[in-house]
Ligand binder design. Structure first.
Ligand SMILES: O=C(O)CCC(=O)C(=O)O
Ligand SMILES: [Fe+2]
Length: 301
C-alpha cells in the first residue's frame, strides 16, 4: 500500500485504495494497522456511498448510533450528517454547531475511549471548513514533568447532559432534545487523563475541555492543567490542518488524537456537508455489553 505522511509525528495518507468496494481481510488488516500506528488516515478521491461507509465502519468495530438521531441517515443510521445544508422546507438536513467546534475528543461522555471518527466530505465550501488534528501521544511527550505528575493520577468526569442541557437556552439549534429513556442511557463517566493506548502501548493524554468535575482537585485547577497541556499539544508545528476536497475520507483515533473544527462564519453563504460515523474499535469491559441496548434506544424514531 502506497502511503504519504501527513505530519512527521502522526497521520498518513493512503493512496490507491478504493473504499467503495469490499476489501479482502489482508488489505483491511493493513489499513487497520496503519490506523493504529499513525492515529489518523486520509483517503482521497473516494466515491463512498452511505452503504459503503457503513460497511467500512463495521469492519473497524462497532458503530455507535448518534444521539442526534434526526441526522442519522434512514437506510444507514451508522452514518449521520453534519454541516449547514437545509432541506427545501428550510429544516436543517445536518447537525450544525454555529461558530464551530473547538479542540475536543469525541465520545468522552461514554465509557469507550477507543473510538474512530470517520468524516467523509460530500460538499465543501470554497473557503474555510478545515478540520484540525494533533497527536495526544506527542502531547504527553512534550508536556513538562511537573504537568505529567499532576495529570498522572487525575480523573475527569464527563457528561453528555452537562454539555447538551445548557445549549437549550444558549444555542438551541445545537441542543439535542432527549427523552427520559435516552437521558438515562447516557450516564456521566470518569476517565483517567494519562492513559496507555491498548494497541500501540504509547502513553497518551485523554482530554476533553468541558468536564464537570475532577476527582482530586477543583474544577478550576484541573481545567487550568488541561488548558496548559492543550496549549502545548496544539502548537502550530504539531497541528495537521485538513483542507477538504469532496471525496476525502479522514479517519482518526480519538484515543490518540485531538481534533477541532474551524470557524463557520467564513462559509455562512456556502454549503458544507459531511457524512460522519463513530465506531468503537476496541472492547471495553465497562459497558460494551450494553452498547446494542443503547444503540437500539437511539434507533427508535
Ligand atoms: O466539522 C468538523 O470539521 C469537525 C467535526 C467534529 O468535530 C466531528 O465530526 O466530530
Ligand atoms: Fe468531534
Amino acid at each position: 500500500m502506497q502511503t504519504r505522511p501527513l505530519m512527521p509525528n502522526f497521520g498518513l495518507e493512503v493512496l490507491g485504495v478504493d473504499l467503495s468496494s469490499p476489501m479482502d481481510d489482508d488489505s483491511f488488516a493493513e489499513i487497520r494497522d496503519l490506523y493504529f500506528s499513525h492515529s489518523a488516515l486520509l483517503f482521497r478521491g473516494q466515491d463512498l456511498s452511505p452503504a459503503s461507509q457503513a460497511r467500512l465502519a463495521h469492519r473497524f468495530g462497532r458503530p455507535k448510533i448518534e444521539t442526534r438521531k434526526q441526522f442519522n441517515l434512514e437506510a444507514h443510521p451508522e452514518v449521520s450528517t453534519i454541516g449547514n445544508v437545509k432541506y427545501a422546507d428550510g429544516q436543517d438536513a445536518a447537525f450544525f454547531v454555529k461558530g464551530g467546534f473547538g479542540w475536543h475528543t469525541d465520545g468522552t461522555s461514554a465509557c469507550h475511549v477507543d473510538a474512530a471518527t470517520f468524516l467523509y466530505a460530500v460538499e465543501v465550501p470554497k473557503a474555510g471548513g478545515d478540520t484540525l488534528l494533533c497527536s495526544t501521544a506527542t502531547a504527553y511527550e512534550n508536556i513538562p514533568q511537573i504537568l505529567k505528575d499532576r495529570l498522572s493520577d487525575l480523573k475527569m468526569l464527563c457528561s453528555f447532559h452537562a454539555h447538551n442541557d445548557p445549549l437549550f437556552e444558549g444555542d438551541p439549534d445545537s441542543h439535542i432534545p432527549l427523552t427520559e429513556e435516552e437521558r438515562l442511557a447516557l450516564p456521566a463517566v470518569w476517565h483517567d487523563i494519562v492513559q496507555v493506548h491498548p494497541v500501540t502501548g504509547r502513553t497518551v493524554l485523554y482530554m476533553n475541555f468541558d468536564p464537570i468535575e475532577f476527582d482530586s482537585v477543583s474544577l478550576e485547577l484541573g481545567e487550568g492543567w488541561l488548558q496548559q497541556a492543550l496549549a502545548i499539544a496544539t502548537q502550530e508545528q504539531y497541528v495537521y490542518t485538513h483542507q477538504w476536497v469532496p471525496g476525502d475520507l479522514l479517519i482518526w483515533d480519538n484515543h490518540a488524537a485531538l481534533h477541532s473544527g474551524t470557524p463557520t462564519a467564513c462559509y455562512e453563504s456556502d454549503r458544507r456537508l459531511m457524512h460522519r460515523s463513530f465506531v468503537y474499535t476496541q472492547p471495553t469491559e465497562r459497558t460494551l455489553e450494553n452498547l446494542d441496548e443503547v444503540n437500539a434506544i437511539f434507533l427508535k424514531s
